[in-house]
Design a binder for this molecule. Structure first.
Ligand SMILES: Cc1cc2nc3c(=O)[nH]c(=O)nc-3n(C[C@H](O)[C@H](O)[C@H](O)COP(=O)(O)OP(=O)(O)OC[C@H]3O[C@@H](n4cnc5c(N)ncnc54)[C@H](O)[C@@H]3O)c2cc1C
Length: 494
């Protein structure tokens, strides 16, 4: 019997769905293809507030029509070829720990689940480079490296939430020790990427060269909109011989920012500098039991004992110069030991609470102004909703730092449409205030669907160049459409 629509008519698109499912099954094996509605919903979900809220309200996640689980790069090529033939979207999914709605499939198509690309290919302990498939998650890779006395030194807050190496590179991620060990763009050395209509591109074996412009970095941060990262080589490091902790209180966040600036511009390289404003230090106390509230700075230095001793002494002098008072090592050690606890103990914010994390990045000279302006606009413009603002700075650069600031609304409107409007208004206010004061849209969570509407404002004429690159590499717009502000797929026959 022919498939029928609910109106009883033969449905062309229903037939086409069956055709595509059969072709996917032939290409990668029927066991690796699913059209089960629960599977489709689970593949679309991520850790964004929008996704968690839809789950809480029993609303549908914007999902794909098929899930494909390739087991090799060749499988990925086949799936991308089929998507190109039918001009239907490909939405790559790593661990689904993203916070920007990047795994949503608002235009349907294929959710490409990379969980079977889970092999560590080679650990080169001479050059200190690991080569791994993109679907490997952080703890699995770290365990293999630790056995050899090595580490990737990428410990994101989502370490135990399934975040994959592909997702880390695709979203330009960073971990808690990135101040010393770098972000995704610093750690990745080579990529294998499948692009439309199903070709594999491998970038050069080393990232530093003068062999033309940089293909590697074009894919870093592209969030699946240019291609599917299937394999990566990354820099690794020896596990540190020792770790030393310091902590300081400051009269206010601005004195703390000055201390951080002095540390970084004196070119010291602690692995961790975390500076919490008063509101965020209270939350930290609730989450991990740090015995101090107020403006708090935690420092961790790692490496040889000589290096750690030298850095801790130099950092103490600079922190005191900026008005810091030492709180000893225990606060820092408590944070380090408990840093994943909020996740393990389910203390993470969740609906009905409304929340959002801005993680913007800026030069030192702009940071105090951004902090003041954002705190003011969230607390004053949304006073009728009792909006709260918290902030810490936790990834520091030679020239500035990342401001991980959040809004919370304890009792948002119960009507989903009204709640979504308020959520968008809070984001508009926070992001645009950050941009107006010299901040950059995002430091390490990426753009996804949530921040796409700010990309033109952020990049100006540069956004049109980015779009032209996207159009040239993905002419049908099938690679993760609706993300990074690139809009819907083109020429879709769906
Ligand atoms: C509690 C919490 C804490 C977090 N802490 C951090 C943190 O400290 N640092 C940090 O950087 N991030 C953090 N994140 C955000 C998130 O975990 C990271 O962005 C992570 O790197 C995403 O990896 P994933 O495999 O889960 O990607 P997914 O969520 O599956 O995907 C994210 C985006 O990348 C694309 N993508 C995924 N894999 C590939 C691939 N192989 N090729 C092409 N595109 C791909 C997806 O299409 C999507 O657009 C946190 C999230 C949560 C919920």
């Amino acid at each position: 019997m022919s498939p029928t629509t609910s109106a009883g008519e033969v449905s062309g698109s229903h037939y086409l769905r069956g055709q595509i499912a059969r072709e996917l099954s032939t290409a990668i094996g029927a066991a690796n293809v699913s059209t089960d509605p629960a599977d489709l919903q689970a593949q679309a979900a991520d850790w964004s507030w929008m996704s968690k809220y839809m789950l809480y309200k029993n609303l549908e996640q914007p999902s794909a029509d098929f899930v494909a689980r390739p087991g090799s790069t060749v499988d990925v090529e086949r799936v991308v070829q089929i998507a190109s033939d039918y001009r239907i979207p490909i939405v790559t999914r790593g661990g689904g720990s993203g916070t920007q709605g990047g795994t949503f499939a608002p235009y349907g198509g294929i959710s490409l689940d990379l969980s079977r690309l889970n092999h560590v290919i080679e650990i080169d302990d001479e050059s200190l480079i690991v080569t791994t498939q993109a679907g490997v998650d952080g703890p699995a890779l770290e365990e293999k490296l630790n056995h050899k006395g090595l580490t990737l030194a990428h410990y994101p807050g989502s370490y135990h939430l399934g975040a994959t190496i592909g997702g880390f590179i695709a979203a330009r991620g960073s971990g808690v020790v990135s101040t010393k060990y770098g972000k995704a763009e610093d750690q990745v050395l080579q990529l294998e990427v499948v692009v439309a209509p199903g070709k594999t591109v491998t970038t050069l074996p080393v990232p530093s060269h003068a062999a033309g412009s940089d293909l590697l970095q074009s894919f870093v941060g592209s969030e699946g909109t240019l291609g599917v990262i299937t394999q990566a080589s990354l820099r690794i490091d020896p596990l540190p011989e020792t770790r030393g902790f310091l902590s300081f209180s400051f009269p206010d966040i601005f004195a703390g920012i000055e201390a951080g600036r002095l540390i970084m511009t004196n070119r010291l390289r602690p692995a961790v500098i975390r500076l919490y404003d008063e509101a965020d230090s209270k939350k930290l106390q609730d989450w991990v039991g740090t015995p101090f509230t107020g403006t708090l700075m935690i420092i961790m230095c790692d490496g040889s004992s000589e290096l750690v001793n030298y850095e801790m002494k130099a950092i103490t002098a600079l922190a005191e110069k900026a008005g810091g008072a030492s709180l000893g090592p225990d606060v820092g050690q408590t944070w380090w030991d408990g840093k994943y606890e909020p996740y393990a103990k389910g203390k993470l914010p969740q609906p009905p609470l409304m929340y959002g994390t801005f993680d913007q990045v800026a030069r030192f000279v702009d940071l105090p102004r951004i902090y003041r302006a954002k705190k003011k606009i969230i607390e004053e413009q949304f006073a009728e909703y009792g909006a709260r603002y918290t902030a810490h700075l936790s990834h520091w650069y030679d020239w500035g730092a990342m401001l991980y600031d959040r809004f919370y609304v304890d009792e948002p409107p119960t009507d989903p449409a009204e709640a979504m409007v308020l959520h968008d208004r809070l984001w508009d206010a926070g992001i645009l205030t950050g941009l107006e004061n010299g901040g950059v849209l995002n430091d390490h969570h990426g753009v996804g669907i949530k921040l796409g509407r700010f990309m033109r404002t952020q990049h100006g004429a540069g956004f049109e160049l980015m779009r032209q690159l996207k159009d040239a590499w993905d002419p049908d717009g099938i690679m993760n459409p609706g993300k990074l502000g690139f809009g819907p797929p083109r020429n879709s026959k769906w």
